[in-house]
Design a protein around this ligand. Structure first.
Ligand SMILES: Nc1ncnc2c1ncn2[C@@H]1O[C@H](COP(=O)(O)OP(=O)(O)OP(=O)(O)O)[C@@H](O)[C@H]1O
Ligand SMILES: [Mg+2]
Length: 239
């Protein structure tokens, strides 16, 4: 559903690291319950961009409005409370705890915002983890760990979930299952996913943004992006 104002409105964001401009004038909006993918070559600035959105890094210039609140420069924990959850590029679960215990731990500090919170049982079901709920997280297959981590992020009841390469290291089957899980488990929240796996992006079939050398060079439906000669030249042609 599209309302007057987008859930996320990132305006002309810029981030410099010394002499390097990692993000240059990138604007992006995300509607409630919308999924967008960000693609682009290594070093394009994709992770940096997510770091700006979730408060890990401050933008050098630009503004981030989330759910009507100016969150520019706010620290990570406050942005998390307002409803942005982040799954990082490297998976991190508590290996000695069970799947169920990992989800319970993630519930601490949840921002419920008047809504009924996600329960552990609901998240186990949504992420297809019920059958392995009592196994130690350290014993899980790589894909299952990644799904558990998505579940842990979901336990915080976010309005926007940021995923940095959720299918890294996965088999093709796991990667396609991840796209399916996101479609179903995250149907009622907004998602931004960074990905290098084009099978996954094709399966998600959502609005796709291309970053190259810190700049947004193209955006649109994935089918258009895939056919875009400039995108093929700087990125897809090299895959
Ligand atoms: N904390 C930092 N300090 C200095 N330079 C950084 C920092 N973080 C990122 N950079 C630089 O910013 C640029 C963008 O990096 P970023 O990690 O955002 O790329 P990416 O698109 O996520 O790449 P990949 O696909 O390899 O994950 C790179 O040149 C990187 O070296
Ligand atoms: Mg990255």
């Amino acid at each position: 559903m599209t309302t007057g104002t987008p859930l996320l409105d990132a305006r002309a964001l810029q981030r410099r690291f010394g002499g390097l401009t990692a993000i240059r004038d990138v604007s992006l909006t995300v509607e409630r319950q919308e999924t967008k993918c960000i693609i682009g070559p290594n070093g394009a600035g994709k992770s940096t961009f997510l770091n700006l959105l979730c408060g890990t890094l401050r933008p050098t210039a630009g503004q981030i409005v989330f759910d009507g609140i100016d969150v520019t420069g706010m620290p990570l924990h406050r942005i998390a409370r307002i409803g942005i959850a982040r799954k990082f590029q490297v998976p991190s679960v508590f290996g000695r705890l069970t799947v169920r215990q990992n989800l319970s731990v993630a519930e601490i500090g949840t921002a419920h915002d008047g809504k009924a919170p996600n329960t552990v049982a609901e998240i186990l079901h949504k992420l297809d983890l019920t059958e392995i709920a009592d196994r130690s997280a350290g014993d899980l297959a790589h894909g299952q760990k990644q799904w558990l981590e998505i579940g842990m992020a979901m336990m915080t009841n976010p309005k926007l979930l940021l995923l940095d390469e959720p299918t890294a290291g996965m088999t093709v089957e796991e990667s396609l299952k991840t796209a399916e899980l996101l479609r179903t488990a995250c149907a009622d929240i907004a998602v931004i996913a960074i990905e290098h796996d084009m099978r996954f992006v094709r399966a998600l079939d959502c609005h796709t943004v291309v970053l190259h050398q810190g700049a947004l060079i193209a955006e649109g439906p994935f089918a258009d992006i895939e056919a875009n000669p400039m995108v093929r030249d700087v990125y897809l042609g090299r895959q």
